[in-house]
Design a protein around this ligand. Sequence first.
Ligand code: MIG
Length: 818
Amino acid sequence: MAKDLTKQQDSDTLSTTQVLEEGVHHVNNPVLDLPEIVKNYLGPVTGYHQENNNYYFTDGGASVEVKVVSDEIIRVRLAPKGQFLEDFSYAVPQSDQHVAVYNFEEDQQAYRVKTNTVTCVIRKADFLIAFEDREGKEYNKDYSPMHWEENPDFGGYYVYCTKAAQANEAFYGLGDKPTNLNIRGKRFVNWNSDTYSFQFNQDPLYRSIPFYIGLHEGDAYGIFFDNTFKTYFDFAAEAHDQTSFWSEGGELQYYYIHGPHMMDVVKRYHSITGTHYLPPLWALGYHQCRWSYYPESKVRDLARNFRERNIPCDAIYLDIDYMDGYRCFTWNKRYFPDPKKMIKDLADDGFHTVVIIDPGIKVDENYWVFKEGKKNRYFCRRGDDYFMEGYVWPGRCQFPDFTNQEVREWWGGLFKGLVEAGVAGVWNDMNEPAVFGRGTFPNDVRHNFDGYRGSHRKAHNVYGMQMVRATYEGLKTLFQKKRPFTITRAAYAGTQRYASVWTGDNVATWEHLRLGALQLQRLSVSGMPFCGTDIGGFSGEPDAELFTRWIQFGVFSPFMRAHSAGDTAEREPWSFGPEHEALNRKFIELRYKLLPYIYSVFWEHSKYGFPILRPLTMVEQRLESNIPREEEFCFGDKLLVSPVLSPGQQHKTVYLPAGDWYYYWNDSRFEGGKEHEVKTPMDEMPIFVKAGTVLPEYPVMQHVYEKKIESLKLLVYHAVQETNSYMYEDHGDTFAYEQQIYLEKRFVVKGTSNSLKIKQFVDGLYSERYDTYDLHLVSLPFNVKRIVVDDKPAVAKQDSQGRYVVTVPKDFKNIIVT
Ligand code: MIG
């Protein structure tokens, strides 16, 4: 279905061994097929020298650099023959940005590079490297000295690092691997691959994020192996006491990132690789996609249906059929005679239009994109200087070298026409890169790699990242003041600076719904916060129940988009009959109610690097029983959800972390630190709000900004423990927030058995358009006698759920309820 495999391959048909080596279609781990190899290990340390925050150690031949990046981050590099490679990284734009206090010690046994937080110990006798905290607790250490072998394919080296795996250590991260959260006992390879209807445990998939977190006795650290070649990881699979990572080329270069909190590990990983920019508010709404909505009348029908049925929606996607013969940056004028008019009408009705763009450019002398690319030699070439050609949707194609700055600028500018037509977002697909028949480019394709030239071995895993970077930067320039929205399928570490991601071509099965819940949690701890699955499943047919449960999970997916393949039955929220239409509406409405909270969580990510989804092990990492709990997670730090992932499920066991929680649907209070049995009828899913939370809610809108908010609703959940909640507000789609034009509000709630105090602190220069808040006081353990707002008495009513409601000025400072 998805691809036509009968299409002719490139002239040099690959032999089976070559296919194995290319690494895309292999079934067995290709490393097992390698001939006998000789590995060189670092010998005893013979000396060292220092240059600022870099320390160099040698065994006489090889050199090892230990760099203090920050108080909590130390980078290690290996140069087998003493010669380091150029210090260039697509993931870490600047590794020298942090200032830290550090010092150095030497004794009989070891050298120690110390910061205020971490000590890196380099043992003299055997060159083993370890990382400790200030108290001398060992977090991570080498099992064997770093080693390498001459690369039989192209000179250079295969580089290896083997660390000790501690007895009960659990491992997390590595991006979108479709498997259990704890990856101990598993092996992986990173090589971006188009994996239509992938399966549980399949590897590799679309993305390469060579970053993992180790968790041992409640303490966490991270390792980021910044190497773009095909990389491998083994988490105590081959040998129960060893964790290894290695690569088919490039440098052995990794960052040790200290915890002990997993949250801090992720935050610090973001401090070097960047966070996701603050998305436009509309991008957090509900998105409707399909392969493909065309012609124009179909798109207009779709939009009309959403509005007539009162189902909120902010974005409609155009998949490849909007183009003229799949030529990027063109329109099929028969299907879309006047795109500008259509997009304008959609926009007037509150819909943003997002279009797909693939990397393959049709070889066609009458097509301006091809002509410009050809003239300027922007397309990738093979080792013998022939252009890299392959078949994709448009037929015979050539592919821009996005690792070249000049090509990226050119590509970014090509969006001019689409932007003038009103397009608000761009979806980058097939950028692993995917090529019909052969999988991807052959290894001999040459890339500019921003001046650090290399073959496809080095550039493959960053190709998609550089494509979406070109897209993001181009849109940003063309939009001027507005925030672009971008989404990519392929990625390398750091791609979060340019785009959101979705998990690719999943399947309409319950297993895939569950897999999606695991993948999004994994992406979130791996530095890819803005992520989603194809709601409903890309291929195959979900039944009504599966679709509704997937919509429910979608409400708590950072990115919420329904998508389906072209050969499936209609797949809109109303496609499953009136009963499920009402259920789907209810949950899409819930997403819109929660938008001010969701937006605030994105702000916390963008500004501070906190992940959006947080697995339970991250929330309560000292509790070993949380390690196998992978179906529930927190969205931000106030909401805990446990999506229903099985058919016919009538109830679910939910563990609540320590503290009090309120059930979202009826305000009843639950005690944390234990499990609860929760009913899960179709119209409910387990959602809990942490006690002490101030949860902002918008009225239901059909799209963002549809209605002017008269008075903002704030749900205030009683707590005895003093609790902070943050709310972020701004224009929603401009970059003015970079000039402090935003509001960051902090609410402090503190209660007793007969009182509740609420304080507000406001920071920033934006002014909201409403004047008051409607405070809904949830589950007060007492009857209200008096409410005092900034020393003035106020009157409360009771709402339909029996909550006390009081309207207060938006700039209140202090409220006392007794
Ligand atoms: O070869 O553009 O993952 O979301 O609908 C298939 C058509 C190409 C794969 C994407 C999918 C998209 C489809 N694309």
